[in-house]
Design a binder for this molecule. Structure first.
Ligand code: OAD
Ligand code: ZN
Length: 242
C-alpha cells in the first residue's frame, strides 16, 4: 500500500493521536536544526552553548553563543508542516502536540493543545525574584551591551525560559507524559530522537508514524517511516484525510 494511505489508515483507526515535533519541522521556516549537516551543532558545542552552567558561570559566553539561537527565532513564520498539524487538530484527528521546539511556530499556526517541553522564547525570567519579562526586554538589554542582562526590580540575572542542559524538565513535560498514557499513535516529526528524556516518549506508544529526513533510533519499530520533508509529507496526509 502507498505509505501515505497506510499512515492515513492508522490515523483514522487510532483512539488517540499525539504529535511529537523537533527542530526538523521548522527548517522549512528558515530555522536551522541542531544535528544535521546544516545544524547549529556544526558550529557550537551544545553542552556548552545551551547549558545552565555556562549561563550562570560564563554569561558573556552564553550571550555570544547559545543566545544567538534564540535571537534567530524571532520573527519566523510557520510553514506547511505546522499548518498541516493545525489542520489535523481541526479535523479531530490530532489531540495535541508535544514539541521540543522553542520557536512558537505551532502557536502561530493556530494549534491549540501544545506542550512546549523545552520551554519557549516569548518570555524571560529573573533568576533571583522570578519576575517575568517579554523576550524583547532581554533583547534590548543585550543589544545595549548589558551582559548579563539584569532584572529591573531586584538586579538579579535574567535568563530565557528555555530548558538548557543541566536544567530540570518543566511541569509541562509531566503533563505531556500523562497525555501519552492513553495515546495509541504518535506522529513523530523532525526530531533525531537523540535527546533525553523526550526521546523516550515514542517507547510508550504502540503505533509510530515517523517523518524525518534522516534515520532515527525508533525507525525499526515504527509502523510507517518517511525519510522526507515534513511540510510536503504532512500536507499529503491531510489531503488524503479530507
Ligand atoms: P535535531 O537537530 O537533533 O534533529 C532534527 C531532525 O530533523 C534531523 O534528524 C533532520 O534530519 C530532520 N529534518 C531537518 N529538516 C527536515 C525537514 N524539512 N523535514 C523532515 N525532517 C527534517 O533536533 P531535535 O531532535 O529537535 O534542545 O533536537 C532535540 C533538542 O536538542 C532540541 O530541542 C534542543 C537541542 O539541544 C534544547 O534547546 C533544550
Ligand atoms: Zn528580579
Amino acid at each position: 500500500m502507498d505509505r501515505i494511505l497506510e499512515a492515513v489508515k492508522i490515523l483514522k483507526e487510532s483512539k488517540k493521536v499525539m504529535a511529537l515535533t523537533g527542530a526538523g519541522i521548522s527548517t522549512e521556516s528558515g530555522i536551522p536544526d541542531f544535528r544535521s549537516d546544516t545544524g547549529y551543532y556544526t558550529k557550537m558545542d551544545p553542552m556548552r552553548a545551551l547549558s545552565r552552567d555556562v549561563l550562570i558561570y560564563d554569561p558573556a559566553r552564553f550571550y555570544t553563543e547559545g543566545y544567538k539561537v534564540l535571537e534567530d527565532l524571532q520573527g519566523k513564520k510557520p510553514n506547511a508542516g505546522h499548518i498541516a498539524l493545525k489542520d489535523l487538530e481541526d479535523l479531530g484527528i490530532l489531540k495535541g502536540i508535544i514539541t521540543q521546539n522553542i520557536d512558537n511556530l505551532h502557536y502561530l499556526a493556530g494549534s491549540k493543545n501544545i506542550y512546549e517541553v523545552h520551554g519557549e522564547s516569548r518570555s524571560v525570567s529573573c533568576m533571583s525574584c522570578g519576575k517575568q519579562y517579554p523576550f524583547r526586554i532581554m533583547e534590548e538589554k543585550v543589544k545595549a551591551h548589558e551582559v548579563p542582562p539584569k532584572c529591573n526590580e531586584c538586579g538579579g540575572v535574567l535568563r530565557p525560559n528555555v530548558v538548557m542542559f543541566g536544567d530540570q524538565m518543566p511541569d509541562t513535560f509531566y503533563d505531556a507524559m500523562r497525555e501519552i498514557e492513553d495515546t495509541d499513535t504518535l506522529l513523530v516529526v523532525g526530531s533525531s530522537l537523540q535527546v533525553a528524556p523526550v526521546n523516550m516518549i515514542p517507547r510508550y506508544v504502540k503505533n509510530l508514524i515517523i517523518i524525518n529526513k534522516e534515520t532515527t533510533p525508533e525507525d525499526s519499530r515504527a509502523a510507517v517511516v518517511f525519510h522526507e520533508n515534513s511540510g510536503e509529507t504532512l500536507g499529503k496526509i491531510v489531503e488524503a484525510l479530507r
